[in-house]
Design a binder for this molecule. Structure first.
Ligand SMILES: Nc1ncnc2c1ncn2[C@@H]1O[C@H](COP(=O)(O)OP(=O)(O)OP(=O)(O)O)[C@@H](O)[C@H]1O
Length: 255
């Protein structure tokens, strides 16, 4: 397991760079999608959000991003105790690109980070900036590939590079491992570990893949409409709530 840079501070929480979600709720069309959600995130840590389909994982991300209204409190405190709006990098669930899409990674990236018209010759500085951003995810060689020709793992890395520019306080990834093969998954997990340690940011990701949780996650949040359990991966995977929600006893197989 990764050694967290910060000790776990919740509850009471006096840790640096902390996102606090307190008694948070989301109502969509009269349905309580999320209720009484409580947890804290700290920088330098990878937190995995797990829960069955429809548990509210994407809704929780959208509430943190301010894309949907919520009740309760979501606030962010920087080192030194100053409250501020956090800068959040976000990669949504399975964005699709047409296989024949002629847009290159460079075009896509530069359109997102600059207002330089694509029909004009590319300034060297802009190309260098995009290359640097892609290097953060070991994707420098992808710069001239077509977006539509990227593998699942490569696409995740490009979108992650974009989410890391400018460097956020929090990186949110909605099911980054879905549609990624075993080698791609290994590369992504190693990279997340590196990014988390190198930039000391907080990574919150959702996943249905429990096999690798203990390797990379510092903490796991089990969600189903509310937070059922927060803890170290081994603790959450062994808890009764996990077995009940997934009808799964990982020590004994499917229950
Ligand atoms: N815009 C919407 N209108 C109506 N219901 C919605 C809307 N968005 C989400 N929901 C409902 O909220 C619940 C939670 O959905 P959400 O996508 O947050 O779950 P999830 O845990 O991310 O699921 P999955 O693992 O399948 O991606 C579901 O029952 C879903 O149908």
């Amino acid at each position: 397991m990764r050694k967290p840079k910060h000790d776990s501070k919740a509850p009471g929480c006096s840790g640096a760079c902390c996102l606090r979600v307190e008694d948070m709720g989301v109502d969509i069309g009269g349905a309580d999608i999320l209720q009484h959600v409580n947890f804290h995130l700290h920088c330098g840590r990878i937190v995995a959000l797990i829960g069955p389909n429809g548990a509210g994982k994407s809704s929780l991300f959208k509430a943190i991003l301010g894309q949907i209204p919520h009740t309760g409190t979501i606030d962010f405190q920087r080192a030194g105790g100053k409250r501020t709006r956090p800068l959040i990098g976000y990669v949504p669930q399975s964005p699709a690109f047409d296989r024949g899409d002629p847009v290159s990674v460079f075009d896509f990236f530069s359109a997102a980070v600059s207002d330089w018209p694509v029909f004009l010759p590319t300034p060297k500085k802009l190309r260098a900036r995009v290359a640097d951003c892609l290097e953060r995810v070991h994707g420098g060689d992808l710069i001239d590939k077509r977006m539509g020709a990227l593998s699942g793992g490569e696409l995740q890395r490009v979108l992650m590079a974009l989410a890391l520019e400018p460097l956020p306080h929090i990186l949110i990834l909605d099911e980054p491992l879905s549609g990624v093969d075993i080698d791609g998954e290994r590369q992504l997990l190693d990279m997340l570990d590196e990014i988390c340690s190198q930039y000391d940011l907080s990574i919150l990701l959702s996943t249905h893949d429990f096999a690798t949780l203990e390797e990379y996650a510092d903490q796991v949040i089990l969600l189903k409409n509310t937070v059922l359990r927060v803890g170290a991966p081994a603790e959450v995977l062994a808890c009764d709530e996990f077995k009940e929600v997934f009808h799964l006893d990982l020590k004994r197989g499917v229950g």
